[in-house]
Every structure is written in C-alpha cells, then in structure tokens.
Write a protein that binds this ligand. Structure first.
Ligand SMILES: Nc1ncnc2c1ncn2[C@@H]1O[C@H](COP(=O)(O)OP(=O)(O)OP(=O)(O)O)[C@@H](O)[C@H]1O
Ligand SMILES: [Mg+2]
Length: 112
C-alpha cells in the first residue's frame, strides 16, 4: 500500500476530488495548509534571524491506495490539478505499512 500526499491549489480541490472518486478512491483526508515551493521561499532578516515569508494557502490531500492503484491516482491528480502555472503543487508517494478499519477490524487493502 502507498500513501499518496498531494499539495494542490485550493480552487482545484473539487475537480481533484471528483477525478479521484471517478477512479474508485474510497477515502480522502483534506487539510488546509500553507507552504512554499521554488519561487516563494523569500527569506528576510528579522531581529537577526532568518524567517521564511510568503507562505501560500494550499490544500493537502492524503489518500491511502493499494499498490495497483497508485498510478491511476497520480494521473487523476496531475490531470486535474494542473493549471500550467507555477504553484500547481506536488505529489509525494510513501510506503504505507498498515491500515486498520476501526469499525470492522479489517486490515491491509481490505481496510482501504
Ligand atoms: N520539497 C517540498 N517539500 C514539501 N512541500 C513542498 C515541497 N515543494 C513544494 N511543496 C509544497 O507544495 C506547494 C506547491 O509547490 P510548488 O508547486 O510551488 O512547487 P515548485 O517546485 O515551486 O513548482 P512550480 O515551479 O511549478 O511552482 C508548496 O506551497 C508546498 O506546500
Ligand atoms: Mg512554485
């Protein structure tokens, strides 16, 4: 199993959610976050210390998927979150050791 973490532009959330539903994704966790990529990491000196300014609002999606569904999830996100402009976001893929469905006690891919 993999954990797909995507940071996208907030206005793309509805489209991305719909595309993920379309390919059969069973659940998504959404968090409002702030961040910066390559262009927005201005730093400034404040009382002698360097601070990063210009955090921009983004939306973070977390989606647990079976190994066989990773590519279609990546495709759904990239196709819909791409505006062609800077700041469209990133997708991070990590190994997911275990998933437990609390109500039923199911584990692994059955729990996704
Ligand atoms: N290396 C990173 N680690 C963690 N989060 C990141 C990283 N790069 C980008 N992000 C997150 O993704 C958001 C969008 O990044 P962004 O799309 O601007 O990346 P970029 O590399 O600057 O690409 P682009 O040139 O298309 O803007 C950031 O605001 C931040 O929340
Ligand atoms: Mg950027």
């Amino acid at each position: 199993m993999k954990l797909v973490t995507a940071v996208i532009k907030p206005f793309k959330l509805d489209d991305v959610r719909a595309a993920l539903s379309q390919i059969g994704v069973q659940g998504i966790t959404v968090t409002e976050v702030k961040g910066f990529g390559r262009q927005k990491g201005h730093t400034e000196l404040y009382r002698g210390a360097e601070y990063v300014v210009d955090f921009l609002p983004k939306v973070k999606l977390e989606i647990a998927v079976a190994d066989g569904d990773v590519e279609s999830a990546i495709e759904a996100i990239t196709n819909t979150a791409n505006s062609g402009k800077i700041g469209d976001g990133k997708i991070f893929i990590s190994d997911l050791e275990q998933v437990i469905r609390i109500r039923t006690g199911e584990t692994g891919e059955d729990a996704i």
